[in-house]
Design a protein around this ligand. Structure first.
Ligand SMILES: Nc1nc2c(ncn2[C@@H]2O[C@H](COP(=O)(O)OP(=O)(O)OP(=O)(O)O)[C@@H](O)[C@H]2O)c(=O)[nH]1
Ligand SMILES: [Mg+2]
Length: 247
């Protein structure tokens, strides 16, 4: 895998990767090594929710060896949305120019980071998109494809959010986009959170760009995706529409 020079990621700006973790012990060490290898100047924060499998302790060991890595521990499984919302506030306070959302389970290929960050130079929010030409979900069952497609069709039609993949969890915000976000919906745990943040950026008139990614199934460990999270996202879309804030 080719490492890219610090000053091409992008300019000399500061890049932070946020990895929320819950039971990712088997993925974490190699994931962190790959991300830091691809982006030699970037920093990485792990936000662990007291994973029963010891991910938090492993994260501490990794951070002790590498000053570019920090760990934040939370008392229990509080959801992806709040992990990101807390991190965004801290990242802005720390002066980062770009913040990357990314899963720790290798569904999001670290090799795509340079392209996504390059795309971020021309926009406020880059969505790593499975539904633009060049993007794909090769491992998914028909039912999983349908669920994801339905969520995205709803986001497009009900919220009039003009993107193909509003639920993607691989994305880059610039500081301007992060400053725009308000987290009254931050209790959203998964796809709802992703749609909401893209929606807020779009509503604020910021530029949102989709860049193709291939989303593969996690290598090891268990998915935290559940029917409740899908339902939460669909309910959120309807609630958002009823609030009357759609353009
Ligand atoms: N801190 C924190 N991380 C979480 C929580 N839920 C999920 N994660 C992490 O968020 C990322 C995405 O979760 P996954 O379980 O892979 O869910 P998914 O990618 O939507 O679903 P799959 O494609 O089935 O894997 C992974 O890095 C998880 O470890 C949570 O409540 N708290
Ligand atoms: Mg996953």
């Amino acid at each position: 895998m080719a490492a890219i020079a610090a000053d091409s990621v992008p300019g000399t700006k500061r890049v932070l990767i946020v990895l929320p973790t819950y039971n990712e012990r088997e993925n974490l060490e190699i994931m962190v090594a790959r991300v830091l290898g691809v982006l030699p100047a970037a920093h990485l924060w792990i936000v662990d929710d007291n994973s029963p499998d010891g991910t938090g302790e492993l994260a501490e060991t990794i951070a002790a060896r590498n000053e570019r890595v920090r760990v934040f521990h939370r008392p229990g499984k509080l959801g992806l949305g709040t992990a990101y919302a807390e991190s965004f506030g801290r990242a802005l306070a720390a002066g980062y120019d770009y913040v990357v959302e990314m899963d720790a389970d290798f569904s999001h290929d670290p090799a795509a980071l340079p392209e996504l960050l390059a795309a971020a130079q021309h926009t406020d929010l880059v969505l790593g998109s499975r539904y633009v030409p060049g993007g794909s979900t090769p491992d998914w069952s028909l039912s999983r494809r349908c669920i994801s497609r339905i969520g995205n069709v709803m986001a497009r039609t009900v919220l009039r959010l003009p993107v193909q993949d509003a639920t993607t969890g691989y994305r880059v915000f610039n500081a301007r986009a992060l400053q725009t976000l308000r987290f009254d919906e931050s209790s959203l745990r998964g796809y709802g959170f992703q749609i909401e943040t893209a929606y807020q950026c779009h509503r604020a008139g910021l530029k949102v760009l989709e860049h193709p990614i291939t989303f593969v199934d996690r290598r090891v460990g268990q998915s935290k995706m559940s029917r409740a999270i899908v339902l939460e996202a669909l309910m959120y879309i309807v609630r958002r529409r009823l609030r009357g804030t759609v353009a």
